[in-house]
Design a protein around this ligand. Structure first.
Ligand code: 86X
Length: 436
């Protein structure tokens, strides 16, 4: 089943809550807000006059939504409540803001769901995570690993955090692609979200929250981009095929333009996102470079020879290969090429990512792999103190190493295996590395 169909089957309700949060509402979450507090942006003035009380811009919407959840949920018949909101949020980042990757304002969807039982919540956490994996791999052609965050890296307000993690080989850094949290009953306690169960008793709800952000665009750009610019996966490319006339001084310019228009029309009719670049003030070569920079997967060139032979030339953005195909096969061949392009991007990215994974067992191997910009899979004792210690011991200009996740896909862990950092018995294999 396609991702879109799966999402529809979740029966999420779209919501939109306000952008501004009053101090007193934001403070309801005071227990774990402390660490985040420096990132909260406050509006203090209108024009030149100070506001009576500063008002915060949402960094996330728990405190905005959950007071309403508390009012709306009365009985087990009000559950599950499945809320999804698309909005922008603001987090005043100090360290190295980077477009799309870490920016002070970003766009996301935040899902907030409420269940009667932990089992339902647990199941949904993984359903959502699988959808995030599929969006990354099937649409953005970015390979990711599903896994669980360590106690140190999880969302402190929740019970446990799962994530999809990508890796950027060029910089040797891991990057969190999206998260799906089980919040447990922590917020139910804070916001008094209870329901009457079938037996007529008051019970506390179980909650999840999950988000996918515009960071995914940054991950996609870094994964596929090259020295010529963007490379967009066909499934998400706004223009999949750019058609460029290649006129020659004394050639049949009108015929060429007509053939180009007809190619665009035929492709559009077949549901393919094709566009014509008919600008006369730019040379074909200049246009090739520009559309390459913009990452358009396929370029079609039609010149006098193509017109005469009733063919078109198709050039791929990913590997530069050129093929001449009869105009009659246009739709069929473009479909084949776009599918191949999409598959090739994921395969290439996966091969590159996999080539960066090293399995280590000792501290020396860990440091060597870290200096070598690798994605490290290491046997770990799963103790918070040890992760803190690794962070402290690897602190430096490039940033400290940390756990990215404990992948669900675990290699064998022979008994007697010890933690690379502490020498204590290893509990699991975890991904470690520097990250964004
Ligand atoms: C944690 C948790 C959670 C809904 C998600 O990861 C998915 C979507 N939210 C977000 N988090 C904060 O709670 C937070 C709070 C404040 Cl006040 C802040 F300034 C920054 C924050 N960053 C993350």
């Amino acid at each position: 089943m396609g991702v879109a169909e799966k999402i529809k089957k979740l029966k999420l309700k779209p919501y939109y809550f306000p952008l501004f949060v009053t101090e007193n509402v934001l403070q309801k979450e005071k227990d774990h807000i402390e660490g985040f507090a420096p990132e909260v942006a406050w509006v203090t003035k209108s024009g030149k006059s100070d506001l009576e009380a500063p008002i915060a811009i949402r960094p996330t919407s728990e405190t905005v939504m959950y007071p309403y959840f508390s009012k709306w949920i009365r009985s087990h018949r009000d559950l599950p409540l499945k809320c999804n909101q698309w909005c922008n949020v603001v987090r005043w980042e100090f360290s190295n803001p980077t477009p799309f990757i870490r920016s002070r304002e970003f766009l996301w969807q935040e899902g907030h769901t409420v269940f009667a039982t932990k089992e339902e919540a647990d199941e949904e956490v993984l359903q959502i995570l699988e959808l995030y994996r599929r969006i990354y791999e099937e649409f953005l052609a970015v390979p990711v690993s599903k896994g669980r965050k360590s106690e140190m890296e999880k969302f402190a307000g929740g019970l446990y955090t799962t994530s999809v993690e990508a890796f950027i080989p060029n910089t040797g850094r891991g990057i969190q692609g999206a998260t799906s949290h089980c919040l447990g009953q922590n917020f139910a306690k804070m916001f008094d979200i209870t329901f009457e169960n079938e037996k007529g008793e008051r019970s506390m709800v179980w909650q999840n929250s999950w988000a996918y952000t515009t960071r995914s665009i940054g991950v996609m750009v870094m994964t596929h981009g090259d020295d010529k610019g963007l490379v967009l996966p066909p499934k998400v490319a706004p223009i999949q095929v750019i058609v460029i006339p290649v006129p020659f001084k004394d050639a049949d310019t009108t015929g060429i333009k007509g053939a180009c228009e007809s190619a665009v029309y035929t492709l559009n009719q077949a549901g393919i996102r094709a566009d014509l670049d008919a600008r006369e003030n730019y040379s074909p070569g200049w246009k090739y470079s520009q559309w390459e920079m913009k990452g358009v997967p396929l370029r079609i060139e039609i010149g006098p020879k193509d017109l005469a032979n009733k063919q078109v030339r198709i050039v791929r953005r990913d590997n530069g290969t050129k093929v001449d195909i009869p105009s009659t096969d246009l739709v069929e061949q473009v479909r084949v090429l776009l599918d191949g392009f999409q598959a090739n991007l994921l395969e290439t990215a996966k091969a590159k990512r996999d080539a960066c994974i090293v399995i280590i067992s000792t501290w020396d191997e860990f440091i060597a792999a870290l200096n070598d910009k690798k994605l490290i899979l290491a046997p770990w004792c799963d103790e918070e103190e040890v992760e803190k210690d690794v962070k402290a011991r690897t602190k430096g200009e490039l940033g400290a190493a940390k756990t990215l996740c404990t992948p669900f896909d675990q290699p064998d862990l022979p008994s007697g295996t010890v933690c690379f950092a502490s020498g204590k018995p290893a509990q699991k294999w975890s991904f470690w590395g520097r990250s964004y």
